[in-house]
Design a protein around this ligand. Structure first.
Ligand SMILES: [Cu+2]
Length: 123
């Protein structure tokens, strides 16, 4: 009997504490926004050819070639895609560093191929 009287407040305390303890909210969620862009690739340009985002943003690109097969290479973020004509190609990466980064066509598409490039600006 005495034992029970001693244990009871302990039990109640344990139940109250565990009942009030909530799982803490995640603190590792990305700080940036999700930024989506529609992009067109054609001989010999990307439209738009400049994309500006903030550091930490998740960048989603939907790229469609309107003429021949092109490529989309953004080596600083490990992106390399082939753009078949008429196909909506999805590219996604986190802009985790600031700077100006060049993306370019990496599939030979004609005489203007080497000049077919654009810039990603991460602020
Ligand atoms: Cu090309």
């Amino acid at each position: 009997m005495n034992k029970l009287l001693v244990l009871l407040p302990v039990l109640i305390t344990v139940l109250l504490v565990s009942g009030c303890t909530q799982p803490s909210e995640g603190t590792t969620t990305p700080t940036g926004e999700v930024r989506e862009f529609e992009m067109t690739a054609k001989q010999f340009e990307f439209v738009p050819n400049t994309i500006t985002v903030n550091k930490g943003d998740t960048v989603k690109l939907h790229i469609t070639s309107t003429d021949v097969t092109h490529g989309f290479a953004l080596p600083d973020f490990g992106v390399s895609e082939t753009l078949a004509p008429g196909q909506d190609v999805h590219v996604e990466f986190v802009a985790d560093k600031t700077g100006t980064f060049t993306f370019s066509c990496n599939v030979y598409c004609g005489t203007g191929h080497t000049g077919m490039s654009g810039q990603l600006i991460v602020q």
